[in-house]
Design a protein. Sequence first.
Length: 338
Amino acid sequence: MSELRKDLISKKWIITGTQSEKEFFEALNLKTKQEVGECFFCEGNEAQTLPEIYSIRKYDTRPNMPGWQVRVVPSKSAVFKIEGEMGKVGHGIYDLMNNIGAHELIVESPQHIKNICELSIEQILLVFKIYQTRIRDLNNDERLKYVLIFKNQRPKSIFRYGHTHSQLAALPLTPKAIKDELLSARDYFDYKERCLFCDIIRQEQRDKKRIIEENPDYIAFVPFATKVPFEITIMPKNHNADYCSENESSLRNFAQIMKVSLCKIASVLNDPPLNYILHTIPYLRPRQGYWKTIRDDYHWHIEIYPQISEITGFEWGSGFHIQPLLPEICAKILREAK
Ligand SMILES: [Zn+2]
Ligand SMILES: [Zn+2]
Ligand SMILES: [Zn+2]
């Protein structure tokens, strides 16, 4: 059974024990040998994944058969497991917890396409609607506190994971990175009585220098203090803390601005590996007024990180990110890219 363990010094939780020794070295070997297997995610290979959890498919087709447009399956190397007891226990001075949760893969296309930006806006819209469906569905499990949706895009990968997909991790706790963001938003709101993210949007619209793209509902910009070159944040222009409450017409505009932003990154940086992470509110389980202002102080958004530079020892050790290009220059290059 895998475990969550807390590092007492940084106060961060780590996930460990997700693989056996054998699995770990087999995977390592596979990576070095660069073996190409058949893609589990392509239409026709449904039997090679675990049984599907959800899919959007033609009305006369059956689950786990061809005929789907988007398909959700459990991860075989699940970092979290849905079965078992929650239990937080102490071990001497240390804290650890069973790794309860869900780890799902959202396969975004039946075809072997490697970059989500090559899909049509309508297809991307289906994917974004499935994010909402899965977050809502997992809310029924009282043990879960947060759903993190993210993508590790590896367009050059010859493995099955080169096939465009996103991942969902439903967690028994709110990750520290999210909690830090929630607390920072609440502090700002307590002090100014305004949403921090709405203020950032207004500042970016005044400065104009870091904006890449806007449509009626969304703004895409390079943040003022980026962690990596060509990082992009996309926010809804109308205040909203909860991704799940966006309607279809807004999600279509979200699909449009994502497609444009990701295509620009692919064109400027020669289709690099990248990650994106959706940040929305946690499940609001009752906890003595803890979430009193969250719908006013938090604002959902997506963060896109092209992986083009390696993390240096200084960055690991200091927590300072070194970003060689000024964010304004990155924004200009992306804005002008086709
Ligand atoms: Zn494939
Ligand atoms: Zn806001
Ligand atoms: Zn964020």
